[in-house]
Design a protein around this ligand. Structure first.
Ligand code: PNS
Length: 174
């Protein structure tokens, strides 16, 4: 089906979904590389109402929009509910996920297979994370930020500054 879409529709639209709380250099690396492979890449920011993220979905979308402003075929949107429903809504044929280490694989495979059962026309492709970001996650970034560590290798300064400010405000309100 994917090949059919490539040949017949010629336009390949993919979704790169995630929580992005906040976006890291690892995510940005995947976004840049995926944007070169597909015609249009939609970064889908999950608005998960059952979780309490550090940043609101509006903030996460804004931070991502600022970080991808130099990539003309990348669009940032938030979504709720099932990823495959969002994929159908925006008419995307592909889901892109980054794979860091073998520890990611089990969860990613389960998610890809679930999505395939739910929506056989939407395929998942994996990009292996660049080695320099193989250790990095939003959780690691926040953990280091909590203890006042150097964040410069983890995300652009505007994002790490926002994390530091958010953590400071949260501590002040306790
Ligand atoms: O960056 P994350 O938190 O690893 O991203 C996970 C995400 C957003 C891709 C995943 O939780 C998701 O797709 N959630 C939407 C709900 C859904 O479709 N679940 C079924 C697939 S298991």
């Amino acid at each position: 089906m994917f090949l059919y879409n490539c040949v017949v529709n010629s336009m390949v639209r993919a979704i790169y979904p995630g929580s992005f709380d906040p976006v890291t250099y690892g995510h940005l690396d995947v976004i840049k590389r995926a944007s070169k492979i597909v015609d249009e890449l939609i970064v889908g920011v999950l608005n998960n109402k059952s979780k309490t993220p550090l940043f609101s979905v509006e903030n996460r979308v804004k931070m991502l929009n600022d970080a991808v402003s130099d990539l003309p075929n990348v669009k940032v949107m938030s979504f709720e509910g099932l990823l495959v429903d969002f994929a159908k809504k925006v008419d995307a044929q592909l889901i892109v996920r980054g794979l860091r280490a073998v520890t990611d694989f089990e969860y990613e495979l389960q998610m890809a297979q679930t999505n395939r059962v739910l929506a056989p026309d939407v395929d998942t492709v994996f990009l292996t994370t660049s080695l320099e970001y193989a250790y990095l996650s939003s959780t690691i970034l926040k953990e280091v930020a909590h203890f006042g560590g150097d964040l410069s290798k983890f995300a652009p300064a505007e994002i790490t500054d926002a994390v530091i400010e958010k953590i400071r405000l949260t501590a002040d309100n306790k």
